[in-house]
Design a protein around this ligand. Structure first.
Ligand code: AMP
Length: 506
């Protein structure tokens, strides 16, 4: 009789072991984790949370906000974190869809959400950031007077532990239902694959409403009884100051490119580091090489998503191949299928990436049709990514299926063109998109960012491409802009670019 995930992550934890160094000279031990989750679980149950109930949370990054996740699981509920950027009207959608018992918001937004929650019969509570916010919120106050003892609610492997909404760059966000087994199995695999031990100290700089900063980082640390330097965001100065205390860092590609822009980020600063991982967006092969030349470390790139946790990873030992996301993780199957026929394609050919394993979610919350479209009866999830597996078994991501460009009836894979553009002198990075075209259906358009102090001439770039790629793949137009639009996880928002240039050719 246990709580599969909570006991799996924390069972037998030694109370004195350090868990986190925080801002404002605060720190947390594993004993604090047990106590605070006990307090919050008591408060949640007092608010009416029953097994299976959702606890929706939109709060600023703090260790207490992290604790709400294991506390909700301990109380038998499903944790539902929401991006802090969502506005009140977006939040209404999530509340209507998920129907949580409790919604926890930042104290400064309490007034915005009061009537929204009241109209839906949802208990509204607030949680601020200790040491920073004057008003730390009703939930924190209730927690401080609640008992630490809590009889952990029994939950099994297939019970719901969390609902994470997809970032939804097209259409409405969907709530991915993640079970205790989905989360615990992935944490075990990652801790083992990346060799996390209780000696590790992770530099935590990621948001905690997303799978990367929440599950990849926190679950792996908890399971390994490791600790972390828990920062409230990313800044180059802050990383440079705190890296010397750490052994590992999990980042998104933009973190690494920004660090490389600073000369203080060098071999000496990183000499004691054991591991840098990257994910959530593609790491340019060039960044990988630049990072190695500067620091001597090879970034370990991995691939995952909200619905599946992590699927593939470059090896800990062995070749970390730049521009690839490595091998399927133990227990996870990755196949590449023809998008139309659903049949597996030979190695080396590009197709739709599908994954199956204990990490793969149970479906979209209250969206059976969407679930049927993307989750096959045989358990394979159609990720929406396109990719290939090379002769050595490394998985390459070519892009999102919805970003595939079909120009004059031919498939154009943006990544292929982006790699060619990135190799041009003076180009720092690029995004290739399809724009509606009255003749070709879609036309290829390249959007470039220049390296510092470099001048790019659109016409001579277009001219130079003529000898490098087939005519149908050549961009009809090139734009040079200051920076590519990205979301908080560093993903390039191609939909924003498509909107910007949509009327070019019609
Ligand atoms: P999210 O659900 O927000 O975590 O987004 C998942 C998507 O991010 C995946 O389906 C991929 O398109 C992309 N992604 C994650 N990791 C990588 C990676 N290492 N390389 C390329 N794309 C990635």
């Amino acid at each position: 009789m246990s709580n599969y995930l909570f006991d799996g992550l924390l069972g037998g934890a030694v109370r004195d072991k350090r868990f986190a160094e925080l801002i404002n000279n605060r720190s947390y031990t594993y004993g604090d984790v047990l106590d605070v989750t006990g307090r919050f679980a008591n408060v949640l149950v007092g608010l009416g949370v029953q097994p299976g109930d959702r606890v929706a949370v939109q709060v600023n990054k703090s260790i207490e906000a992290v604790m709400l996740y294991p506390a909700t699981v301990r109380a038998g509920g499903a944790f539902l974190p929401l991006n802090t950027a969502y506005t009140a009207s977006e939040i209404e959608y999530f509340l209507d869809n998920a129907k949580p018992r409790v919604f926890v918001c930042d104290p400064s937004k309490y007034g915005d959400y009061e009537s929204i929650c009241e109209a839906r019969g949802i208990r509204l509570e607030a949680l601020g950031v200790y040491g920073t916010d004057e008003n730390i919120g009703s939930l924190a106050e209730a927690g401080s007077s609640a008992p630490v003892e809590f009889e952990t609610v029994v939950r099994g492997a297939d019970d719901l532990a969390a609902i994470l909404y997809t970032s939804g760059t097209t259409g409405r966000s969907k709530g991915a239902m993640l079970t205790h087994e989905n989360l615990l199995s992935n944490a075990k695999v990652l801790a083992d694959y990346w060799r996390f031990t209780s000696d590790d100290v992770l530099l935590h700089i990621l948001p905690i409403f997303h799978t990367h900063g929440l599950f990849v980082a926190i679950n792996t640390v908890l399971l390994a009884r490791a600790s972390m330097y828990f920062r409230h965001g990313f800044s180059v100065d802050d990383v440079i100051e705190n890296l010397p205390h750490c052994t590992t860092m999990m980042g998104v590609p933009t973190h690494y490119t920004r660090l490389l822009d600073d000369d203080r980020f060098n071999q000496e600063l990183t000499s004691h580091m054991r591991l840098f991982t990257s994910g959530s967006a593609p790491l340019l092969a060039e960044t990988h090489k630049h990072f190695e030349a500067r620091t001597g470390h090879r970034i370990l790139e991995r691939y995952g998503m909200t619905e599946t946790n992590m699927n593939t990873s470059n090896p800990y030992e062995g070749e970390r191949r730049a521009g690839t996301v490595g091998f399927p993780l133990p227990g996870t199957e990755v196949v590449i299928n023809n998008a139309e026929t659903g049949e597996q394609v030979p190695n080396g050919e590009t197709g739709a990436i599908e994954v199956r394993g204990p990490n793969v979610f149970k479906g979209y919350w209250e969206m059976p049709d969407k679930t049927r479209e993307e989750l096959r009866d045989n358990g394979f999830f159609i990720t929406g990514d396109l990719g290939k597996i090379d002769e050595d078994g490394y998985v390459h991501i070519v892009g999102r299926a919805k970003d595939l460009i079909i120009s004059g009836g031919f498939n154009v894979y943006p990544k292929e063109i982006e790699s060619v553009l990135d190799d041009i002198d003076g180009v720092s990075e690029s995004a290739v998109i399809g724009i509606p075209h009255s003749d070709f259906g879609e036309a290829v358009v390249g959007v470039l960012v220049a390296e510092r102090n470099a001048e790019l001439d659109e016409n001579s770039i277009l001219e130079s491409l003529k000898t490098k790629i087939a005519r149908f793949k050549q961009p009809k137009k090139i734009f040079v802009i200051d920076e590519l639009p990205r979301n908080t996880m560093g993903k390039v928002q191609k939909n924003v670019l498509r909107d910007r240039y949509q009327d070019l050719f019609t």
